[in-house]
Write a protein that binds this ligand. Structure first.
Ligand SMILES: Cc1cc2nc3c(=O)[nH]c(=O)nc-3n(C[C@H](O)[C@H](O)[C@H](O)COP(=O)(O)O)c2cc1C
Length: 224
């Protein structure tokens, strides 16, 4: 395959160090306020806001630039109802039978259970699919490289974009999620990655008082 022509890196901006620090501190202060919300308001969110957040997510780096993700955006009440119903079946099975004692113990402080009303309350459910391989129009398959890493990065950028816009999100992973392919008509080349619940938090929303690890516990610097 011929290589791409190159273009100058005109998008790049260098900032003086003081400005670099200030910009980063501002960003950190903002992203540090991101929390997973589990109680949503039904207030509508205009679709163009979601579209721009998705375009931001789609700027994520991906293995060989194959962009191996698909975002199915659900706002219709009937489809949300079907997703809630299917998710609650899986979640009941999970909490009652599938989850190990250890897993249940890890979830207990978060207070989560098998009831998922937010799947109908929130204005948007964004089902993120990982494309295991691509499909050309003539039916040939295209190998994807690092689809899990790539889709994880794109999803992280989507969550960040939504937060920066002042919206809340819940990363939801009913397990297994195969029902999403069926309800949303996605092909078998796509694996459901996670379900993002998106909207404004409910007015009385509360979140668990959790802590984030300090820098020295999650990063190491090797300087020689
Ligand atoms: C891959 C993944 C799956 C998650 N699945 C669920 C879920 O199914 N239900 C839920 O209530 N929270 C879920 N969470 C949210 C985590 O519990 C939450 O991110 C964590 O407790 C930290 O809280 P914070 O996001 O408010 O910082 C998930 C998060 C990730 C990254």
């Amino acid at each position: 395959m011929a290589s791409y022509p190159t273009i100058p890196l005109h998008q790049y901006h260098e900032y003086p160090l003081d400005e670099m620090r200030e910009r980063l501190n501002d960003f950190y202060d903002n992203i540090n306020r991101r929390r997973t919300v589990r109680e949503f308001s039904a207030r509508p969110v205009p679709r163009d806001i979601i579209e721009t957040a998705l375009k931001a997510a789609n700027t994520a780096p991906s293995g060989a630039n194959l962009q191996p993700w698909h975002f199915a955006v659900v706002s219709g009440a009937e489809t949300k109802r079907r997703i809630r119903e299917a998710a609650e079946v899986e979640e009941r099975e999970f909490y009652e039978h599938r989850a190990s004692e250890e897993w249940l113990a890890a979830l207990e402080p978060l207070g989560t259970d098998d009831s998922k009303p937010f799947l109908e309350t929130a204005p948007y459910l964004i089902a993120v699919f990982l494309q295991k391989y691509g499909e050309l129009e003539d039916g040939r398959k295209v190998k994807h490289y690092y689809p899990a890493e790539s889709t994880g990065l794109a999803t992280g950028m989507l969550i960040t974009a939504l937060h920066m816009a002042g919206l809340a999100a819940l990363t939801h992973t009913p397990s297994p999620m195969k029902f999403l392919n069926q309800i949303l008509g996605r092909p078998k080349s796509e694996r459901p990655f996670l379900l993002l619940v998106v909207g404004y938090p409910a007015e009385d929303a509360a979140v668990p008082d959790i802590q984030r690890k300090p820098l020295q516990d999650f990063a190491s610097f090797i300087e020689d």
